[in-house]
Design a protein around this ligand. Structure first.
Ligand SMILES: *Cc1c(COP(=O)(O)O)cnc(C)c1O
Length: 423
């Protein structure tokens, strides 16, 4: 359920017409519904209310501090993958003892920043990272709390680019080799072994791969116990899918029920790192039609709707061939035909939607690209020297700009024309 609905033929976000906001902030812009964000966070989190757990929102899916602070206020933590995300999470008021640091390539500076901030866990993804962290922690006179991200070799049955839990993926440590690493870590002076972590992929529409991974993690924890290593945290990552088109992902409640059924006899705090399932359907991208045109001369006529948002603003269609529902902000029914909805970028791969059965639209009409809250703005770039768009949040009948539209001046900030004349 989300709060983007038509009332009298015009799209509303909660109690404000999307067109009203467009008039004030211009297009394109990302629009988030606060009520939907809260609802989705709570739908996920409440599934685990009866067990020790921590819901650490995956910052990379939607990292605006206005959104992070909302989840922090609901008791959520953060799953981060860079020093930049750590900075954001702290600025947003996320309690560092609820921050988990994932990622295969943490630099020495990033490890130091995490230690200094007092985060809950580092999810270690290689032996070299363990040694580096131990060294940095020793240098700072601290003990670093760690979990190892194990790779359970489970097929998440999702897009190849967002599968992470197969042995051939770069993520984690093969579960078969990880016991030795835990034994080494347990003997390191500046490392405190705390947990086991896994994250097998994103946009999963089946529960079974999660359960398969959890079973492997449980067996693994037993092997650790046999070596005298006791685990306090089990981090099951994120990955629950959402409806973009006609997918049938599990409801978070079902996911929680099935996970909990597997937990009998485990004494540990569960950690989750959901991203998409919380924000995906809580945000849309609003864009304006610039031109419509028909190219003849091919095998058949091809109709295009050129909009002011491009692949730099929403990368998922170009990158993953992802589907986003697109609909006119003012409901239309006339003259449906098959169109490609494309952006202004000089790349054939620049499209928002292909071969869509779409009503006739004209210059100046607003379109809503649905389900754009996750991996939307966070993957945006300045390609083609396009300022990144504004982000707006609605609450009831009010809205607030939570990130200003970039300006052309901001695009060249920090750039310099070098002067070598003195050489
Ligand atoms: C991307 C990522 C997540 C979030 O995945 P979603 O599919 O958005 O829930 C969680 N944990 C890690 C380690 C990730 O890389």
């Amino acid at each position: 359920m989300n709060h983007f609905e038509y009332k009298n033929g015009t799209l509303f976000c909660e109690e404000i017409a999307v067109s009203e906001i467009a008039k004030e902030v211009g297009t394109p812009f990302y629009l988030y519904s606060k009520a939907t964000l809260v609802r989705h966070f709570e739908a996920f989190d409440s599934g685990f209310a009866d067990i020790d757990h921590l819901t650490c929102f995956a910052v990379k899916s939607c990292s605006n501090i206005g959104i992070l602070s909302l989840f922090a206020g609901l008791g959520g933590g953060a799953d981060i993958v860079s020093g930049g995300e750590l900075y954001r999470a702290l600025q947003a008021g996320v309690d560092p003892r609820r921050i988990i640091y994932s990622g295969v390539g943490k630099t020495e500076d990033e490890l130091r920043y995490g230690l200094k901030s007092g985060i809950l866990l580092f999810n270690i993804e290689s032996e070299q990272e363990l040694y580096r962290l131990n060294m940095v922690a020793a240098d700072m006179g601290l003990q670093a709390p760690v979990a190892f991200r194990v790779n359970p070799d489970v097929d998440p049955k999702t897009h190849a680019y967002i599968s992470t839990g197969l042995a051939k993926n770069k993520f984690g440590i093969p579960i078969s080799e990880a016991v030795d690493l835990y034994v080494q870590a347990a003997e390191m002076e500046n490392i405190a072994v705390k947990g086991v972590s896994c994250h097998i992929g994103s946009q999963l529409t089946l529960i079974s791969p999660f359960i398969e991974a959890l079973r492997k993690v449980k067996a693994f924890i037993q092997r650790l116990a046999d070596k005298g290593i006791i685990i306090e945290y089990i981090d099951l990552g994120g990955g629950v899918g959402i409806v973009y088109d006609d997918e049938k992902p599990p409801h978070p409640r079902e996911y929680a029920k099935d996970i909990k059924a597997e937990l009998t006899d485990l004494q540990a705090t569960l950690i989750f790192e959901p991203g998409r399932v919380i924000v995906g359907n809580a945000g849309i991208l609003v864009t304006e039609v610039q031109y419509t045109k028909t190219n003849r001369g091919g095998e058949k006529e091809k109709h295009f709707v050129v909009v002011d948002a491009g692949m730099n603003d929403l990368t998922r269609p170009s990158l993953y061939d992802a589907y986003h529902k697109i609909q006119p902000v003012e409901e239309k029914t006339k003259n449906r035909k098959t169109v490609d909805i494309v952006g202004p970028i000089c790349e054939t791969g620049d499209f928002i939607g292909k071969d869509r059965d779409f009503p006739e639209v004209e210059q100046g009409d607003l379109l809503a690209v649905m389900s754009a809250g996750a991996y939307g703005f966070t993957m945006a770039s300045n390609y083609n020297s396009r300022p990144r768009v504004a982000e707006v949040m609605v609450s009831g009948d009010k809205f607030a700009v939570i990130r200003e539209r970039e300006t052309v001046e901001s695009l060249i900030q920090g750039e310099m024309i070098p002067d070598f004349s003195g050489e």
